[in-house]
Design a protein around this ligand. Structure first.
Ligand code: SAM
Length: 264
């Protein structure tokens, strides 16, 4: 899908989203208006999924898990999973049905649900939650529930790997942000101004998307908890995991690596 600017399907998809999807979609806690699935891969073309996945594999190998089964929670359109499936038998869990659909269209097995509640019915050698998706838990109580749920999905001796969202001292109220895509038949502009609501970061992402069928606009609202390190550590330990932090992680945001006790 990256770099595709075909006018037919993309234009039709936006029309569907605007007239039947966006206006009628149920409110998703922390993520009003869905995730913007139709533009996700284009907007994040700058993201080095190849390099990140290589680094993740190094980290997993160094922790004794070079292969096995892996569940990626909040897997989005499946970008990490696609690159992990050579070494792991992979599955994903995702809240937004449109994101899940795109991942499924890529041949991936995706469970639909909320990372704080949903059980896939399996246990995995590795459970990941990447690109700061954990921030959508918004409150420490939901953070604890989510990490407990991730831990429940880890097999004995398995790993739980979480890439955190920003801490309060890394978040700037009033920061003005813009991402653009400028292809022949596809132009996207996504703008936001960072806001803070107590310990929660709030972003209204204003999208303008132009295809040869016209210009569509929509807004998605994102509320993400600004947790500090000890809150993550607390959640891991409360879930019965030993935890360490890799300061750099996959993209400079750090990485919490938890381990479940092996079977006795
Ligand atoms: C920044 S994207 C990351 C997607 C993917 N991990 C990646 O690296 O491209 C955040 C993802 O979290 C998902 N998400 C948000 N809240 C969730 C929840 N409660 N349970 C599961 N997924 C959730 C969103 O739908 C979105 O796909």
């Amino acid at each position: 899908m990256n770099g595709q600017t075909g006018n037919g399907s993309l234009g039709a998809a936006f029309k569907t989203r605007l007239f039947t999807g966006l206006l009628t979609s149920a409110r998703i806690p922390s993520m009003e208006g869905g995730y913007g699935a139709k533009v996700y891969d284009q907007i994040y073309r700058w993201k080095d999924y190849d390099g990140e996945t290589r680094r993740l594999k190094e980290i997993l190998s160094a922790h004794g898990k070079p292969s096995g089964t892996l569940l990626d929670v909040a897997c989005g359109t499946g970008q990490h999973l696609l690159r992990l499936q050579d070494d792991f038998t992979v599955e994903g869990l995702e809240l937004d049905p449109e994101m899940a659909l795109l991942a499924r269209e890529r041949g991936l097995t995706i469970h639909l649900g909320d990372m704080a509640e949903t059980e896939t019915g399996g246990q995995y050698d590795v459970v990941t939650c990447l690109f700061s998706s954990i921030g959508y838990m918004e409150t420490p109580e939901r953070l604890h529930r989510a990490v407990k749920n991730l831990a429940n999905h880890a097999a004995p001796g398995g790993l739980v790997v979480v890439e955190p969202w920003f801490a309060p001292d890394q978040w700037y109220d009033g920061y003005v942000h813009m991402d653009t895509v400028n292809e022949g038949k596809l132009k996207i502009c996504r703008m936001s101004v960072s806001r803070t609501d107590g310990p929660v970061s709030v972003m209204d992402l204003h999208h303008m998307v132009a295809t040869s069928e016209g210009v569509e606009t929509f807004v998605t609202r994102h509320r993400m908890g600004l947790f500090v390190d000890w809150e993550y550590v607390d959640a891991f330990e409360a879930a019965g995991l030993t935890v360490e932090k890799d300061a750099e992680g996959l993209m400079g945001r750090g990485l919490f690596i938890g381990r479940k006790a092996p079977a006795r």
